[in-house]
Design a protein around this ligand. Structure first.
Ligand code: ADP
Ligand code: MG
Length: 368
């Protein structure tokens, strides 16, 4: 059966939806939500360049609402430290700094940079926050509508390396003026984890932090069961699948959401640091992990690595990839993730692998 035919069954688009929005939920008799519990929701805009939804299931309304306000503040705090869109963030200061000048960093920013450096090793270079110079080249190319020259790409590639950035006890030092980092593929996850810590400390029965479709939930959902999370169909329409998760983060990346268009062709905002070109074969990569930072990192990494990356996933991390284009696509997922899918996907469309790389559904095209 081809992907196109199967789309009739799976259809549609929608970002992550949860039980509270869809009104659908599976009850768990072992953990009923007390009838006195309040379902509190807070929406905010302009957080990390997107909108967010914060939910708390709380026995006490006032302390639950206070916890939601503090959780939003935690997200905004991470953004203020790490966004490259804000000139006075720590990361913007590091990016502007001259080689040899140590830039003082908060423990939070240092922690994210340390995790990002480790992820670069674990993903064999596919996840690399130092590839900002390459991303800038492609962004500029998108603005002028002409592909970058090989010379431009070579020059940018030479600036992208952890060899140019040293993490010190109190901050970081660049060893090249041109080195720049971009935490766009990891800071959102870190922020979600920080916000979840705030909610969990407030003693709520359950909670969910969703920032632009990346989310982490814990405890009971509004119906007293596990949370229901929707995976979006990257080609438009409705949901691709629904997952049931307990305490977990679910993050999705891919070339469908953000891209630049050059000479009539779309290029992903995710760069393959090894080729210096936008990643191409993965329409969407959804990762389920205990922490949102891990899920965020690996969703971006798998957007570069495609199914080859499934074999690199850390223990306890699962993934589902949609490979190819709307006319010809495959879904590949780990066994762990398959067990979370609520309604089985049509056989023939879904290739399930263990932690080994799955070879039957290779990338459809490269990003060049
Ligand atoms: P989104 O922000 O749309 O949820 P991601 O989490 O995948 O998507 O993050 C994409 C962002 O990560 C890019 O906009 C860029 O800032 C940064 N980025 C791009 N390519 C890479 C890469 N190979 N490794 C690490 N970060 C990357
Ligand atoms: Mg990411």
């Amino acid at each position: 059966m081809t992907g196109r035919r199967i789309r009739r069954f799976v259809g549609g688009t929608a970002i992550v939806a949860i039980a509270i929005l869809t009104g659908v939920g599976i009850r768990q008799t072992s953990r009923p939500a007390p009838s006195s519990a309040h379902v509190l929701a807070r929406r905010c805009r302009g957080v990390m360049g997107t909108s967010c939804l914060l939910v708390a299931i709380a026995e006490d309304r006032e302390s639950g609402e206070q916890a939601l306000r503090e959780a939003e503040a935690a997200l905004r705090h991470v953004e203020a430290l790490m966004s490259t869109w804000l000139d006075d963030s720590e990361i913007s200061r590091l990016n502007r700094a001259a080689a040899g000048t140590e830039v003082a960093l908060s423990g939070e920013t240092a922690e994210v940079l340390g995790a990002a450096r480790k992820a670069a090793r674990d993903s064999e270079g596919a996840f690399d926050v130092t590839c900002r110079p390459l991303a800038d080249v492609w962004r500029r190319a998108g603005t002028r509508g002409v592909r970058p020259s090989e010379a431009e790409l070579d020059e940018a590639r030479a600036s992208c390396s952890w060899d140019h950035i040293e993490l010190t006890d109190s901050g970081a030092v660049k060893h090249s003026d041109d080195a720049r980092v971009d935490l766009g593929g990891v800071a959102k996850g870190y922020g979600i984890d920080a916000a979840v810590r705030v909610l969990a400390a407030a003693d709520v029965l359950g909670g969910l932090i969703d920032v632009g479709g990346d989310l982490r939930c814990f405890g009971t959902d509004p119906d007293g069961g596990r949370w229901r999370v929707e995976i979006k169909d990257p080609f438009g329409g409705g949901p691709l699948a629904h997952l049931r998760v307990g305490d977990a983060a679910v993050c999705t990346s891919g070339n469908y959401a953000r891209f630049v268009e050059i000479e009539g062709r779309r290029y992903s905002h995710i760069i393959d640091p090894r080729s210096g070109r936008p990643a191409g074969a993965v329409a969407s990569a959804t990762v389920v992990a205990p922490h949102a930072m891990t899920a965020d990192i690996w969703a971006t990494a798998l957007s570069v690595l495609a199914n080859r990356g499934l074999g690199m996933l850390p223990a306890g991390v699962d993934a589902l990839l949609v490979l190819g284009s709307a006319d010809d696509f495959r879904i590949v997922c780990t066994q762990g993730l398959q067990s979370m899918i609520e309604e089985p996907l049509p056989a023939g469309l879904l290739v399930v692998g263990g932690r080994e790389p799955v070879t039957e559904a290779g990338p459809m095209e490269d990003g060049g």
